[in-house]
Design a protein around this ligand. Sequence first.
Ligand code: 3SL
Length: 242
Amino acid sequence: MYKLNKKDKKMRNLEVCLSPALVDLHELEGKIVVVIDILRATSCITAGLATGVEKIVPVATIEETLSYRQKGFLVAGERNGKKIEGFDLGNSPFNYMARECQGKSVVITTTNGTQAIKKSLPAKEIIIGSFLNLSAIVKYLQHKQEDIVLFCAGWKNRFNMEDTLFAGAVAEQLAQEVEMNCDASLAARQLFLQAREDIAGFLQNSSHVKRLGRLNGAEDVQFCSKIDKFDIVPILQGNEIL
Ligand code: 3SL
């Protein structure tokens, strides 16, 4: 006789992709991918949709972004942290929460975040994660059956601290329910455990926080470090995030 015990239950796998440069090493097909760009693309998308933006279309290039203007979209985005000349919005979450965005469709291109979304397209499902909606993301993943890839957008293919911390926060909350066979998820989790009491403080010396500091983005950093401000899970459906 064989008695099935709890440990025999096949657990889902959770992996962390620490940079877009590594994404080809991860199998995305059939999996749920959480795209993470804490500073600031995925925080902006979450804040915008939670406060009244109707939909957000992520695109890779400035030219494609501009082509949406004639369809009545607000045109948003940045390169190297700076608002693109002639665009309606930059890449501060406060831009997306402004009254002018209520009920509007927004098209967005960013240096890393929207590129990571595009690289995630082979996945079964793509959702948008940030500290602002951490618990909503965790709850959503708990109700799914698929393996999970937490995809850190990083900065120009380099590792970054803030996206890794968020991946670690999700890994920590799902630790009892998933297998973590990749060392990146173990490392991210350990990093988050060190940072959890003061996320913004922990990020103080990180490269993008310094970069944003030079671009008057300190308030954005504080805001994007807030946990569970919103209770939504933005999901890519076709080419729209809703
Ligand atoms: O690269 C991105 O997607 C942006 O979020 C970077 S920035 O914070 O707007 O500079």
